[in-house]
Design a protein around this ligand. Sequence first.
Ligand code: SF4
Length: 240
Amino acid sequence: MAVIWNPWHGCQKYSAGCAHCYVYRRDESIGKDASFVEKTASFDLPLQKKKDGSFRLPLGETVFACMTSDFFLEEADAWRPEVWRMVQKRPDISFSIITKRIVRMADCLPSDWGEGYAHVRIGCTVENQEEADRRLPVFLSLPIRRRFIICEPLLGPIDLTPYLSSAIEQVVVGGESGPGARLCRYEWVLDLKRQCLEHQVSFHFKQTGARFEKDGKIYRIPRKEQQKQAQKSGLNKKSL
Ligand code: SF4
């Protein structure tokens, strides 16, 4: 089971995929303004220790960073160097960083990054063709050792074929959740799976989202069922 590490909280809406951001929805429900960005009590989690002196995050842990913000958010520029230092001090942990702001990454790297820290995976989110064509050429040009692509919330068909190669570890796909969720179509997901199979890239359909269309029928799927339904779709089998 992976651990989530949110060194800061809050974000600014950035592209079409942000329209129904779950961070905004969740914060609004408790009367909070998600556009206010602040450091959290977990800021130094990778270096926090227990009473016995051992790290709270044990050797071999998998950590997803910045799940209530964006790692390359402008407001976090002053805090990020310290976060990189903590990441660098824990090569025994696998860190996954997911971002829509890949175009900022080159300006936000630590001086010892080189070809990339071996224990850091970078995930570039693309929700539609326009963002895929804008972000993925940048993503592929950066010094990163482990890359994956996240098409979530998937808002339309995407042709990823110009960007799929052995440089991409995996493509993860999901629909949009929440009351105003936009439609996700089975055909779009199936097509991404085909592309991944053709290019021998691992594919994972994570969740359907709240409104999923298959064979002309629209299904409203409650949050707790969205992962199960994605699994039931059969799209995560190795073949078509
Ligand atoms: S980048 Fe992510 S966290 Fe930030 S507003 Fe967009 S969806 Fe929300």
